[in-house]
Design a protein around this ligand. Structure first.
Ligand code: AMP
Ligand code: GLY
Length: 430
């Protein structure tokens, strides 16, 4: 194998992208890494470029100027906007490998109804549902009456993670349905609303990398979405994660692979949905049975900060196998250790918060990997630049040991109004 011959452009700016960049940087094949726009962490591994992830014209220019061989897409926005299709239909770009699915597949994340129809069609277990528009609101009310509380209402389109309402009261559910459909509560995203049966169980995330025909299941993870201890309070992008997931035993994981992963990949083929990239399957375990809550067409954040550290294989060889549709020939090696991460966030997040706070103590961290999320360099200082600021990832023989290391290192890091959850893993048994 030729050494140091690959030039990569990675799109995104979060902890997810720093974790991917960190893993790419370990590959002997990497000649040069560009990250657009990146953060203070990715700046230590490659060249940050001030380009928006949806600015396809400038991305094209950069790719050509720097002779990029492979583009890896972190967030969903460029995928939903068709970046992979943009590359495939441009004569100067079509030979470049893009890791991330085309627009058609990205609809699995961009439209809840599309995802539900796909699951029903391919017999993939999921909550029963019906979808409604402003033309049949009263049928929506009637459907709600057939369900038991709590009621799950989902804006069909992308609503920055805020488009799902879970309500205990029937009347309140009807009122909110009206708000979504007739008062544009979530803008155009709620022109259509999916109403679902509530599933009572424990959630986990399954990550699959596929070339469209073959697949590899990456380490399973569980994230902690709420801001408050004990999973209370507002939803965030994610406050911490663990991998593997102690309650997902071999029998359960076999069910996930047979009933969910295989039919999903076969479904892509049957429906002519080309797919080269990550599939993030949000699962819920109900009475030991797996059901799908949602699909995303990217990696999760902060799950990536525990999944990447557990991949032992070379990431560039893995991505090349995706691009060349040879994943079946790839031997994926996984680190048996547990990895955990704890997110440090800005005070006030997920509501209003201030940026630009100096972060100190980063160099004192030992035995943990620090993945930057909302950070940037201002001269020689690292300052906060977002709600989620740093993910502190550690290994251990189990999640308690790994978390103890993360929490130990957190005591060394300081910034004004720093906040984090002290109870990641609280609901798990060793
Ligand atoms: P989604 O954007 O579809 O992942 O929904 C956001 C969150 O709402 C999920 O992570 C679950 O915690 C919760 N949720 C969504 N659908 C259901 C459901 N049918 N039953 C119970 N909880 C749900
Ligand atoms: N951690 C959940 C997500 O990335 O959507």
């Amino acid at each position: 194998m030729k050494k140091k011959h690959i030039k990569i452009l990675l799109l995104g700016a979060g902890g997810r992208e720093h974790a991917i960049a960190h893993k790419l940087a370990q590959s002997k094949q990497l000649q040069q890494l560009f990250i657009a726009p990146g953060n203070a962490g990715t700046a230590q591994l490659g060249i940050n470029l001030p380009i928006k992830v949806t600015d396809f014209k400038t991305i094209k220019q950069t790719v050509l100027e720097n002779k990029i061989d492979m583009v890896i897409v972190g967030p969903e926005d460029p995928l939903v906007n068709g970046i992979h299709d943009f590359f495939l239909t441009d004569t100067q770009l079509k030979h470049i490998a893009v890791i991330g699915p085309q627009k058609h597949a990205a609809t699995l994340e961009g439209s809840k109804e599309f995802a539900k129809k796909f699951m029903y069609k391919h017999n993939i277990p999921t909550a029963k549902y019906k979808s409604f528009t402003k033309d049949n609101v009263s049928q929506g009310h009637a459907f709600l009456e057939t369900l038991n509380a709590p009621y799950v209402l989902k804006a069909d389109g992308l609503a920055a993670g805020k488009g799902v309402l879970i309500l205990n009261d029937l009347q309140e559910a009807k009122n909110q349905l009206n708000e979504m459909l007739t008062n544009n509560k979530f803008g155009a995203a709620s022109n259509k609303v999916v109403i679902e049966e509530f599933l009572d169980g424990i959630e986990l995330s399954c990550f699959v990398l596929t070339d469209g025909k073959n697949y590899k299941i990456l380490p399973y993870a569980k994230d902690y979405k709420r801001i408050g201890e004990g999973d209370k309070g507002l939803n965030t992008g994610g406050m911490g994660a663990v991998s593997p997931v102690p309650f997902a035993d071999a029998i359960f994981l076999k069910k996930v692979e047979e009933r969910i992963v295989k039919p999903t990949i076969k479904g892509f083929q049957k429906d002519n949905i080309p797919y080269k990239g990550f599939v993030f399957i949000g699962l819920i375990k109900v009475n030991n049975e797996p059901l799908v809550i949602e699909y995303n067409v990217r990696m999760g954040d902060p799950e990536t900060e525990v999944v990447m550290p557990r991949i032992k294989s070379d990431l560039i060889t893995l991505f090349k196998a995706v691009a060349e549709e040879k994943l079946d020939q790839f031997n994926l090696e996984i680190d048996k250790r547990t990895a955990t991460t704890v997110m440090l966030v800005s005070g006030g997040y997920p509501e209003a918060y201030e940026k630009g706070k100096e972060i100190t103590g980063i160099n004192e961290v030992t035995e943990s990997i620090m993945f930057h999320a909302g950070t940037k360099m201002v001269q020689d200082r690292i300052v906060t630049n977002g709600g989620r600021v740093l993910a502190i990832t550690s290994y251990g023989k189990n999640f308690t040991e790994a978390l103890a290391k993360s929490y130990q290192n957190i005591t060394k890091i300081k910034f004004d109004k720093m906040n984090y959850r002290t109870d990641i893993g609280f609901d798990l048994k060793v």
